[in-house]
Structures are given as structure tokens and as C-alpha cells.
Design a protein. Structure first.
Length: 378
């Protein structure tokens, strides 16, 4: 994505910010609603084509603003209908976005960071390291491109019905840029999605779960993956800062702020690591009687991983044990693995700014390391 430094990129700006942009120009706040509709509902990025704006205003917008989208590097189509895009992120790096079609709905899995600093042991993104946060424009630009590229449904609605922040990165670690996107996704002037169809997935940044509950009413998914701190410390390192008890407390507080809301707990099935019936019993004890459901995820391998996927029988028995204990439990169907688009496989192209080049840290590397520490200690 290339942007002119002297111009303001309107892509990704919240309605409040866009209204302020027009007010500072001496115009009316309702202009923001008009522009939002042009960009997101009509997929128009050329101010000359925004015909319900005055000619004078369009001339000013062309001089002061732009709508600049991230560039698509490549697209890959799976045999099962899954689509994966690679988006340019500058300096030879890229992030991945995946569309998963299902009967009655289509889910778009979007990225929020170039890489990830949380280093979960079973995730290809974490193995790549962390470079930087995506801007709001780079995040919502993934949605804009997908909706524009994919054929519409028979009723004329977009193919994308659900959006999940489950791609590359920890979305709550990029809170400042993610929240404006959440607000655009549910705004009637932009994409107008139901709040239940927009899901934030987090590995457990507890203070930001609390903050999100105050600012946004969207669905929450938590990457739990273990029923005890001893095990979770090994595979989800952020647990050492925000252990399970504090994470669950934040989850129940989140649901209390929003009526009829529950939390989806994601649990990747790792052979001989977290997949025994004893683990299922521990997990049930944690969640029983709470507004929770469990989504079991068969592990999807990537190069050099030490983990293996639990067998189909093991996953079935684990799920049945959770159901016997009174929990709602489902198993995610693996999709797009022939194009490395399955859950946990997204790697993109990432240069980890934290790792030492030739034994010495550059200024950029030191800055990135400080950012990583800040993100995992909020």
C-alpha cells in the first residue's frame, strides 16, 4: 500500500474521526456518512465518482485526502473453495487473509499484525516472529478486497457474512488500530454486520479484554488450548503473565457487560500433549455452568513443528467427554490445508525485527523488542 504523505487516507477511519475531518474543513458531519457508504457499500474509491458530494468538496478531497488500499501480491484457491490472499505489507513482507465458504455463510479470517510477538508453540505465525502492527487501513482493506473479488450470493448479498480476527497477529496487541475497524464492520454506514458475526480472538491479554468489553460489543473467542497453567505456560507463553484464572475472570466480566453473550474457547488438539480424557475433565471443570462453548481445532502442521495432530478418534472422544460433562463442544473442520490456509498455518512473509542480525541488534530491532515486551505485559 502506497500513500501520499501529505494526504489523509480515509480508509480505516472511524465515523467519529471522519466526521471530525470534515468539521475541521468547515463542512457538515453528515459528509462522513456519505463517504463511508461510497467506500464500503458501493466500493468507490475515486472522489470524482462520489456524485452526491458537491463538485467543490470533491475537488478539495482530491487535494487533501485519498482512499489507498493494500496491494494484493497473490491469490490461491483451494480445492474445497477456500481462498487465500497475500497482501503486500512493505519491505518485502506480506500478510495472509483467508475466506472459508460454508452452506449459508462465508467467513473471512483477517490479519492484524505482520507476524506475532506471542510465540505460541503450535502456530506458524508465531514461528515467523514479529515485525509491526498493521494500520486500520491495512486491516479493513483485506475486507474491502475480499468482498469486491468474491462472487455475490444469489440474493445479491456479499459472499462474506462473518469476519473473524483469527489471521496473523494478536488483535488486542494492536488495539488502537483494530477498534476503528470493528466499529466500521458493524456500522450501518459501512458494512453493517451483526455484532455476533464479528469475532475478536485473543490469546489472553487480560487488561485489553476488559477494555474491549467497555468499548465494543462483538463476539469474543479465546485461544485457551490447555486446562491448567502448568501446561498452558508451555504452549501459550502469555499465560505466564495472565494465567487462566485471571483470563477467565475477564471473560465472564465481558459476557456480563453484554446480554446473551458467550465466549468461544479455542482448543487446538495436540497429540499426547493436551488431548487426554483427563484434560477434557479438567477443561469441563473450568467452564461448566459458565457462558462458554468449546471449539476443538485439529492441529494443522507446518515446517519444523514438533507437534502432531491428535487422531480423529481421540478428538471425537474428547468432544464427547466435554458434552457428557454438560458443555457445548464442536470440532472445527479443517479447510484450505492444500494451500496452507488452515488454522495455525498462516505465515505470510515476515522479517522478525527482534532477532539479532549477525549477532548485534539494530536500533529497529531494539525498538521492536521493546514493543514486543509492551504487548505481552499490558
Amino acid at each position: 500500500m502506497t500513500s501520499t504523505a501529505s494526504k489523509t487516507n480515509l480508509l480505516g477511519m472511524s465515523q467519529d474521526a471522519l466526521e471530525q475531518f470534515f468539521v475541521e474543513h468547515g463542512d457538515k458531519p453528515f459528509r462522513a456518512r456519505q463517504v463511508l457508504q461510497w467506500i464500503y457499500q458501493r466500493e468507490v474509491t475515486d472522489f470524482d465518482d462520489m456524485t452526491d458530494l458537491s463538485k467543490k468538496l470533491r475537488v478539495w478531497l482530491k487535494d487533501a485526502a485519498e482512499v489507498t488500499l493494500p496491494e494484493i501480491q497473490s491469490r490461491h484457491d483451494s480445492s474445497d473453495g477456500t481462498v487465500k490472499w497475500l497482501f503486500e505489507s512493505g519491505s518485502g513482507q506480506a500478510v495472509e487473509t483467508v475466506f472459508i465458504p460454508e452452506p449459508g455463510r462465508g467467513t473471512l479470517c483477517i490479519s492484524s499484525q505482520v507476524g506475532c510477538a506471542l510465540d505460541c508453540a503450535f502456530c506458524a505465525t508465531g514461528a515467523q516472529g514479529f515485525n509491526r502492527n498493521l494500520t486500520s487501513a491495512e486491516i479493513i482493506g483485506q475486507v474491502w478486497h475480499a468482498i469486491r473479488e468474491l462472487p455475490r450470493r444469489d440474493n445479491g448479498d456479499p459472499a462474506v457474512t462473518n469476519i473473524v480476527f483469527m489471521g496473523m497477529g494478536e488483535p488486542l496487541a494492536n488495539y488502537r488500530n483494530v477498534v476503528p475497524v470493528l466499529k466500521l464492520l458493524v456500522s450501518d454506514w459501512a458494512y453493517g454486520l451483526s455484532r455476533r458475526r464479528v469475532t475478536i480472538s485473543t490469546s489472553g491479554l487480560v487488561p485489553l479484554v476488559d477494555k474491549l468489553g467497555d468499548e465494543c460489543n462483538v463476539s469474543l473467542a479465546v485461544s485457551l488450548h490447555a486446562p491448567s497453567d502448568e501446561l498452558r505456560d508451555q504452549i501459550v507463553p502469555v499465560n505466564k503473565l495472565h494465567p487462566i484464572a485471571s483470563l477467565l475472570e475477564a471473560c465472564w466480566a465481558y459476557t456480563a457487560k453484554h446480554s446473551n453473550r458467550f465466549v468461544t474457547f479455542e482448543y487446538v488438539m495436540l497429540r499426547d500433549v493436551n488431548d487426554s480424557l483427563a484434560h477434557a475433565d479438567e477443561l469441563a471443570k473450568l467452564l461448566l455452568g459458565k457462558p462458554a462453548k468449546v471449539n476443538l481445532i485439529p492441529f494443522n502442521p507446518f515446517p519444523d513443528t514438533r507437534f502432531q495432530r491428535s487422531s480423529a478418534d481421540t478428538i471425537m472422544h474428547f468432544q464427547n467427554r466435554l458434552r457428557q460433562r454438560g458443555l457445548v463442544a464442536t470440532t472445527r473442520k479443517t479447510r484450505g490445508d492444500d494451500i496452507d490456509a488452515a488454522c495455525g498455518q498462516l505465515a505470510g512473509k515476515v522479517s522478525d525485527r527482534v532477532r539479532k542480525p549477525l549477532g548485534q541488534k539494530s536500533m529497529a530491532a531494539r525498538k521492536a523488542e521493546n514493543e514486543r515486551k509492551r504487548m505481552v505485559s499490558v
